[in-house]
Ligand binder design. Structure first.
Ligand SMILES: Nc1nc2c(c(=O)[nH]1)N[C@H]1C(S)=C(S)[C@@H](COP(=O)(O)OP(=O)(O)OC[C@H]3O[C@@H](n4cnc5c(=O)[nH]c(N)nc54)[C@H](O)[C@@H]3O)O[C@H]1N2
Ligand SMILES: Nc1nc2c(c(=O)[nH]1)N[C@H]1C(S)=C(S)[C@@H](COP(=O)(O)OP(=O)(O)OC[C@H]3O[C@@H](n4cnc5c(=O)[nH]c(N)nc54)[C@H](O)[C@@H]3O)O[C@H]1N2
Ligand code: SF4
Ligand SMILES: [Mo]
Length: 684
């Protein structure tokens, strides 16, 4: 018997926990804690614990598939790669801007790097994006404007040193469980926990102060809190004076938000807003944590900037236990952004519109004519495909048929394409629509790095062989590039790719194999090999040109769609502890699927009584886009007038209901957290 332990990084959330994959004779049998790992110190949540279960499923993709006459047939790699290379070459010749590419926050840095390099150097477009668009795009856009850098300011561990932790629009306990452990460590030391959320979530239940408020009213709530802070004279005058600009504009704006008015907008009692403001402002160190409740709005970027306002107003930046902390979602969404899987930037957030950077990248890559035109974003790509402006789409490791807003629109868009390539580990709802499906290795079968939410770059290590003929994502893309005539993809290993990543990504320049192999790994920015890495950002100065943080005076605007007579409820969507997004992996994990086999709609007890709806009864939820039938979860744990549906379940897909029509102007985020909906009892 050959028993092996392979230290690696969890494939699910951005906490980036480490553990050992245990294999016997080349098959995974479990996971074992890796106690020295500084992120999770041997602890795991259920998803990490059972992460190995989907790997050996017998419905893994094992050979390339080509669709003929509406049906898939198995194909050789040569056939499939030649087909993809020749089709893409032909379409590129006609117009490169008619091609678009979705990269993957589930894949490694090396794979994302190769993917965007392929799109830029071989295809010649910047039409490359990924799920960050539906996630923390507004965090990147918002924090870049206020702090000069779009990443989480502090480390996970830092949160344990807070005196107050303010969670707004994050259900940390369920979605970032090992970050939640740090929140509890702070609480054990006496810290107060505040939660603002329309749902009385498991996180909210452990809070000292809970603000139940209406979806889509975050700016009003935060302005109201700042109004109290200024009235009470609790602002940090020294910090404002020395480290920020544009305070007067903020002050004037916030004056317009007395708590009585804010209470009417948000539905939170004025005393509660006051209490929250004072609690946050009086803390020596207050950490603010946020996630999708803040970003998934047409005002997502403004919501994010409001959180920065609050932190700067009270001087809660640059020390342990403080900060503005967008909890990045996917295992490697931070890395996919860092690697330039974005339509506006090369690796390291170097703007594609900057001529100097374009020629710098041309020199580094040894190519010419890189496009200086920003590409399309995720939702724009779907709209363009729908309208016939995008004709070819290559998707690596995303499942938009379940995760993008307005699925019926997405389906029409994908069916309208001349050519769709999907590279995945399973035949997902999206892959089923493809012309060519390419089988990839899963995380347990490959080497590389993931960058976690705290900007920590960590190794992923191959524990077992992949199924059938599945190949590494980077190797598939490199092979297509080579078949299209490029000589820039002669990579032999992820290590070789990482060396190139370092050479073109300033934040990663100081990271070498020896340094990354240590359990503590490294946080970017790490500009040279002597640099210790940067767990806490903005300690002395912000990343803006003059080093000052910028206050943004922001007016509250209502969501794009509001309840009316026909659609009287606010529908908000999100996730649950046991499942991961489109369920492609967790619904194939026996243990996790058993915990939660089907979807539900959360509805307030009084609302349900008025509609005559009983717990677990099937109901119809409808919006202007479509309708679904789903079981009701009648509960007092959601505010009246709001319903919630997790988006994991394709058969009762939340995204049939959501809209992609209106987008945040800065980050192009759709309003996944607010739609107007009706709920009906199914009769007869
Ligand atoms: N188990 C599990 N964990 C995950 C994931 C998963 O699918 N499953 N996905 C990962 C990913 S990619 C991400 S991005 C994160 C997301 O992590 P979270 O953002 O924590 O998850 P969500 O459930 O999308 O939304 C968080 C909360 O926002 C609240 N909310 C709804 N509307 C509003 C509003 O208008 N304002 C405010 N302030 N709050 C509102 C919801 O009630 C919900 O409790 O989780 C990561 N972790
Ligand atoms: N209504 C609503 N919609 C949402 C959200 C919401 O809160 N509400 N949240 C949004 C957010 S924050 C996010 S991040 C997105 C997530 O949206 P997606 O990224 O589309 O969701 P996943 O299910 O994580 O899809 C990842 C795909 O990658 C595949 N995969 C896994 N590992 C590998 C690998 O190593 N290689 C390859 N090639 N493929 C692999 C999986 O099988 C799966 O098909 O959803 C967004 N959509
Ligand atoms: S907290 Fe996140 S990274 Fe840690 S085990 Fe759970 S899913 Fe994996
Ligand atoms: Mo996400």
């Amino acid at each position: 018997m050959n028993l092996e332990y392979t230290p690696t990084t969890c494939p699910y959330c951005g906490c980036g926990c480490g553990f050992n994959l245990v294999s016997v004779d080349g098959r995974l049998v479990g996971v074992e804690p890796w106690k020295r790992n500084p992120v999770n110190e041997g602890k795991l949540c259920p998803k990490g614990n059972f992460s190995y279960e989907f790997v050996h499923r017998d419905d893994r993709l094992t050979t390339p598939l080509i669709k003929e006459g509406g049906k898939f047939r198995e194909a050789t790699w040569d056939e499939a790669l030649d087909l993809v290379a020749s089709k893409l070459s032909e379409m590129k010749e006609s117009n490169a801007e008619q091609l678009a590419f979705l990269s993957s926050a589930r894949c490694t840095n090396e794979e994302n790097y190769v993917f965007q390099k392929f799109v830029r150097t071989v295809i010649g477009t910047n039409n490359v994006d990924h799920c960050a668009r539906l996630c923390h795009g507004p965090s990147v856009a918002g924090l870049a404007q206020t702090f000069g850098s779009g990443a989480m300011t502090n480390s996970l561990e830092s949160c344990a040193h807070a005196d107050v932790v303010f969670l707004i629009g994050t259900n940390t306990l369920e979605q970032h469980p090992l970050m939640w452990r740090r929140v509890l460590q702070a609480k054990d030391k006496g810290a107060k926990i505040m939660v603002a959320d329309p749902r009385f979530t498991p996180s909210a239940k452990q809070a000292d102060l809970y603000l139940p408020f209406k979806s889509g009213t975050d700016v009003a709530l935060l302005n109201g809190m700042m109004n109290v802070i200024l009235e009470e004279g609790l602002e940090d005058k020294e910090f404002i004076e020395n480290r920020t600009t544009d305070f007067e504009e903020l002050k004037a704006m916030v004056k317009k938000y007395p708590v009585e008015e804010v209470s009417k907008i948000t539905g939170v009692a004025p005393e509660l807003i006051r209490e929250a403001a004072i609690m946050y402002a009086k803390a020596d160190n207050a950490a603010l944590l946020f996630s999708m409740g803040i970003t998934q709005h047409t005002v997502g970027t403004e919501n994010v900037m409001s959180t920065s306002n609050l932190a700067m107003l009270t001087g809660n930046i640059g020390r342990p236990g403080t900060g503005v902390n967008p909890l990045r979602g996917q295992n490697n969404v931070q890395g996919a952004c860092d690697m330039g899987a974005l339509p506006v930037s090369f690796p390291g957030y170097q703007a594609v519109i900057n001529e100097e950077l374009v020629s710098k990248m041309e020199t580094s890559w040894g190519c010419s004519a890189l496009s200086p035109t920003p590409g399309l974003t995720v939702v724009e790509i779907m709209h363009a495909a729908h309208d016939g402006d995008i004709k070819g789409l290559y998707i690596m490791g995303e499942n938009p048929m379940v995760s993008d807003p307005d699925i019926q629109h997405v389906e029409a868009a994908l069916n309208n394409l001349d050519f769709l390539v999907v590279q995945d580990i399973f035949l997902t709802e999206t892959a089923a629509l493809a012309d060519v499906v390419l089988p990839a290795m899963s995380w347990a079968e490959k080497d590389g790095t993931f960058t976690s939410t705290e900007r920590r770059v960590q190794y992923v290590r191959k524990a077992v062989d992949g199924p059938g003929e599945a190949r590494d994502d980077w190797a598939i893309v490199s092979e297509i590039a080579t078949r299209m005539g490029s000589d820039l993809f002669n990579f032999n290993s992820p290590q070789e790719i990482f060396e190139e990543v370092r050479s073109v990504t300033p934040q990663y320049a100081g990271m070498n194999q020896e340094r990354l192999s240590k359990p503590e790994a490294l946080h970017w920015p790490c500009p040279d090999e002597e640099h210790p890495g940067t767990p806490i950002l903005h300690a002395e100065r912000f990343a803006t040109a003059d080093g000052l943080g910028v206050f943004k005076a922001i007016e509250w605007k209502p969501p794009a769609e509001n309840p009316d007579e026909e659609y009287p409820f606010i529908l908000t969507t999100g996730r649950s502890l046991f499942h991961w997004h489109t369920g492609s992996m967790t619904r194939r994990s026996e243990t996790l699927d058993r915990e939660m086999p089907s979807g539900w709609v959360e509805i307030n007890t009084e609302d349900a009584a008025e509609l005559g709806i009983k717990n677990k009864e099937m109901v119809r939820v409808k919006t202007r886009r479509g309708e679904i039938e789903i079981g009701a979860k009648v509960t007092p744990d959601i505010i009246k007038g709001t319903v919630f549906i997790p988006f994991h379940f394709a058969e009762s897909a939340a995204n049939i209901l959501t809209s992609g029509d209106q987008l945040d102007p800065f980050a192009k985020m759709p309003e996944l957290k607010v739609s107007a909906a009706s709920v009906q009892k199914i009769t007869g």
